[in-house]
Design a protein around this ligand. Structure first.
Ligand SMILES: O=P(O)(O)OC[C@H]1O[C@](O)(CO)[C@@H](O)[C@@H]1O
Length: 555
């Protein structure tokens, strides 16, 4: 694909959307009353996901204008360029091919002269063989005992995907085999995660795309020291070989760290960290749920990849959801976006999405270096329902900010339980779903002053009890939280993030914004340790904070 980004604000579709946004405010009550087909028209399916956009701020005119915006900003050309392996990560001059990680074995895709599908499946086969050996006990530690705990050491994309999916797919885990995760350089993380573990039955997976990340390498060294200390008397090289594997694109650095190259699983620079769960970075998950289930997860991703690539725009769910977010951000002033899974197992999903969406689209320049002409990105956040209801929903219902929210729910529970009171049985999952339905309904339609009065409410507290409604939500519902459905859900958010970035003309695949802090940490380190020259280079506030530290630390 050639040419620079199109300025979205210069397109006719942008002007049309501006006119639509100023002509009339959305009115969900009125829209539902006037249009009996609204739900049918605005409900779409993608794989196993049903996505109800009827309680969003879309109407037919807005959908048409948003699809025009996608066409005029060449979103679909950019999508095709991404799938074909063109270097759409412009600032790093790289292809962006997480979609190739989930192509079936028979497919073919040649990029820069290399058959990437062959490479992907070669590594997958090694990961699966390793996972099987750990699961069936044939991979033993240096004392001959089987592995009971796998500790993934990684951060960002090398942590959030594995930990989120490990939690989400808890019912699919193998009994007697636990995964733990160390990410933070706060020594508390390593110390508490290792508590209670037996080095003889613990295996570490050092996951780092670059194998240069301070946190991960520091934690890997701490774990290595812990292991060798606990296995004193064993041959050290043998202990490391039996208890450490690595996942990285930098296999030379893995070898330098002392990890046997036979125990290293590679991937490629065309996989972004936050898109890497379905590469070898998912090895801890493959161990936990097994190769068959991991393959189902990949197939789920692929289902959504095909939907995004092949479905016509007016029914293309990631396209519509990405454009809807543009509508909220740029035409309704939304600054944040809540993701509210009605599934406890998805409790780390919002955290995972924070990296996916905010590291991707938190940019102020476009891929050609020119400044953006409009707001980009959104602050993604959330907690599982119903916990969020008893914490922050107040602000979503009655606060002064517009917070579009995605509700995610499943028809079947992961753990069915029945509550029995006085001979009456209640399916607890139905109670849970009732809350999901009630919340989206309350947000959309609210409660008028007259309705509040009709309940006999004293006039002076009527205003406090009114719910304006008209708070937009999207409901995503699927039969059950299976590996495949989880893959579809993640890929849905990957692609809608892509759509937003493509409209804004930004490179959603670089992350230069994380670099300055890393650089400065290296400069500040010596200052904290007492280097006078390094201290003199710091600003007054930093010097004062270092002085505080030096005064208060326990010597
Ligand atoms: O896998 P690595 O190379 O250790 O990087 C970890 C994370 O650090 C980042 O580069 C941000 O600092 C993320 O994009 C990445 O997922």
């Amino acid at each position: 694909m050639t040419g620079g980004p199109v300025d979205p604000t210069s397109t006719p579709a942008w002007s049309r959307l501006t006119a639509l946004a100023t002509a009339s405010a959305p009115d969900l009550r009125a829209w539902f009353a006037a249009d009996p087909d609204r739900v049918d028209r605005l409900t779409h399916t993608a794989g196993d996901l049903t996505v109800d956009l009827s309680k969003s701020f879309l109407d037919a005119d807005v959908v048409a204008a948003l699809l025009d915006l996608a066409a005029q900003t060449k979103v679909l050309e950019r999508r095709d360029a991404m799938y074909a392996g063109e270097h759409v990560n412009v600032t790093e001059d790289r292809a962006v091919l997480h979609t190739a990680l989930r192509l079936p074995a028979g497919a073919s895709l040649e990029v820069d002269g290399q058959d990437v599908v062959h490479d992907v499946h070669e590594v997958l086969a090694r990961v699966y063989a390793f996972a099987e050996k750990v699961r069936d006990g044939s991979w033993t530690g240096v004392t001959g005992e089987r592995i009971r705990t796998v500790v993934n050491i990684g951060i960002g994309g090398s942590d959030l995907g594995p930990v989120m999916t490990y939690e989400a797919l808890a019912p699919y885990r193998q009994d007697g085999l636990e995964c733990r995760f160390i990410s933070n350089i706060d020594p508390t993380d390593a110390a508490t995660t290792l508590q209670g573990l037996d080095p003889a039955t613990t295996l570490f997976i050092v996951s780092s795309k670059t194998f240069g990340t301070l946190e991960t390498l520091t934690n890997a060294r701490l774990c290595k020291a812990w292991l060798l200390d606990g296995l004193a008397g064993q041959d050290e090289a043998d202990a490391v070989r039996r208890h450490f594997v690595a996942v990285s694109t930098a296999l030379d650095k893995v070898a330098d760290f002392g990890i046997d190259p036979d125990n290293a699983f590679g991937f490629w620079d065309w996989v972004g960290g936050r898109y890497s769960l379905d590469s070898a970075i998912g090895t801890s998950l493959a161990v936990a749920i097994g190769p068959e289930r991991f393959a189902e997860l990949l197939a789920g991703f692929h289902t959504m990849d095909e939907h995004f690539r092949d479905t016509e725009p007016s029914r293309n769910v990631p396209l519509l959801m990405g454009l809807l977010n543009v509508w909220y951000v740029n035409f309704h002033g939304a600054q944040s976006h809540a993701v509210l899974p009605y599934a406890q197992l998805l409790h780390r999903f919002p955290a995972y999405l924070q990296q996916l969406t905010m590291e991707s689209n938190g940019k102020g320049v476009r891929w050609d270096g020119s400044p953006v002409t409009t707001d980009t990105g959104e602050i993604f956040w959330g907690e599982p329902g119903t916990n969020g209801q008893h914490a922050f929903y107040q602000l979503i219902h009655q606060g002064t900010r517009l917070i579009p929210a995605d509700f995610i729910a499943f028809a079947n529970p992961s753990y069915p339980l029945v509550d029995a009171v006085d001979g009456q049985s209640t399916d607890v999952h139905e109670l849970f779903l009732a809350n999901f339905l009630a919340q989206t309904r309350a947000l959309a339609f609210g409660k008028t002053a007259d309705e509040v009065r009709a309940e006999g409410t004293a006039e002076d507290v009527v205003p406090a009890r009114v719910f304006e409604g008209n708070r937009p939500t999207t409901s995503i519902i699927a039969p059950e939280l299976t590996p495949s459905v989880l893959g579809q859900l993640i890929a849905l958010y990957e692609h809608l993030t892509f759509v937003q970035g493509a409209v804004w003309g930004i490179d959603s695949f670089d992350q230069w914004g994380v670099e300055l802090g890393k650089q400065l940490a290296q400069q500040v380190g010596p200052a904290i340790a007492g280097d006078a020259d390094a201290l003199a280079e710091q600003d007054a506030s930093t010097r004062a904070l270092i002085a505080y530290y030096q005064e208060h630390r326990h010597r």
